[in-house]
Design a protein around this ligand. Structure first.
Ligand SMILES: [Fe+2]
Ligand SMILES: [Fe+2]
Length: 248
C-alpha cells in the first residue's frame, strides 16, 4: 500500500521482450521491483514476437509481484497478429493493459496507449500524397486520440501517462538519427499539453536518452530495459519514480 508520507512509488520499465526462454529469469527482477514500489508500470514490447506462449511465460513470471501492474502493448506485441491474446493472457493474471483507457492506482490516475511512429516537430510525416502515407499518419493520429480520450477521463489531482512510442525527440537522442521517425511522434505530445500530467513513461528507443521533457516542461522518461541496464549496470533495470499525493 502507498505510504501517505512518502507518496506513491512507481517502478517503470519497458521492452522486456519476453521469450519462451525467459522462464525463471524475470521473477527475481519483478520481486525487486515489487519490493521497491507501490505499483509496476510496463511500457510495451512485453513479448518479443507477440506470441501467446511468450505472454504466458511473462504472466507466470509476474506471479511474484504483489503490487498492481499497469501496462501498454508495444509494436513487438503485434508482430504475430495476436495482440488481443497477449492482452487477455496478461489481464487474466490481473495486469491492467491500457489501450486508450485510464485507471487509478493508489489515488494516481494513469492514462495509457501504445502510440505510434511518424517523427517529431517539423520532421513529422504529414497526411499528404499516397493513400499508404495517409493511412500511416492516420494511425498516429488515432493513437494520439486514444491517449487524449484516456487523459480526459482522469479526475485525480496526480496523473501519469504510459506509452510505448516516445512523444518527444529528447528521449530518442542517442539512436541513429535516420530512425527517429520510427521511434515516436509529436502527435502524441499534443494531448499531453492539453491534459497535463506529472510524468510520462515510454520505451521502444533501446539506445535513447533516459530523460527529456514536453514543450510544457513535463518530464518524459525513457524506461526501455536495455537503456536502463546500460546506464545503471549496478541496479535492477527499472526506473523508480515517486509522486507526492496532494489533497484534491
Ligand atoms: Fe523494444
Ligand atoms: Fe518497440
Amino acid at each position: 500500500m502507498a505510504n501517505q508520507k512518502q507518496g506513491v512509488r512507481f517502478a517503470a520499465v519497458g521492452d522486456l521482450h519476453c521469450t519462451k526462454e525467459s522462464a525463471g529469469t524475470l521473477r527475481g527482477f519483478f520481486a525487486q521491483a515489487s519490493e521497491a514500489a507501490d505499483a509496476l508500470l510496463l511500457c510495451g514490447d512485453l513479448t518479443d514476437y507477440g506470441l501467446a506462449d511468450e505472454a504466458k511465460v511473462l504472466a507466470d513470471e509476474l506471479s511474484v509481484v504483489s503490487v498492481p501492474v499497469v501496462a501498454v502493448l508495444g509494436n513487438h506485441d503485434y508482430e504475430s497478429g495476436a495482440p488481443d491474446q497477449v492482452r487477455q493472457i496478461l489481464a487474466a493474471v490481473g495486469v491492467k493493459v491500457l489501450d486508450g483507457e485510464a485507471c487509478e492506482i493508489h489515488g494516481v490516475g494513469i492514462a495509457g496507449a501504445k502510440g505510434f511512429a511518424g517523427g517529431f516537430g517539423r520532421g513529422s510525416l504529414g497526411a499528404w500524397g499516397e493513400p499508404a502515407i495517409k493511412q500511416f499518419v492516420s494511425e498516429a493520429m488515432h493513437e494520439a486520440m486514444k491517449l487524449e480520450s484516456a487523459l480526459a477521463k482522469l479526475r485525480t489531482p496526480q496523473r501519469i501517462a504510459l506509452l510505448h512510442y516516445s512523444p518527444v525527440a529528447g528521449t530518442v537522442q542517442g539512436e541513429p538519427m535516420e530512425i527517429f521517425p520510427f521511434l515516436g511522434s509529436s502527435r502524441l505530445e499534443d494531448p499531453l499539453v492539453r491534459y497535463p500530467v506529472n510524468a510520462i513513461f515510454h520505451g521502444h528507443a533501446h539506445r535513447g536518452t533516459l530523460q527529456g521533457q514536453t514543450v510544457n516542461g513535463v518530464p518524459v522518461y525513457n524506461v526501455a530495459k536495455p537503456l536502463l541496464q546500460r546506464s545503471f549496470p549496478e541496479r535492477p533495470p527499472f526506473h523508480l519514480f515517486e509522486l507526492q499525493l496532494t489533497a484534491a
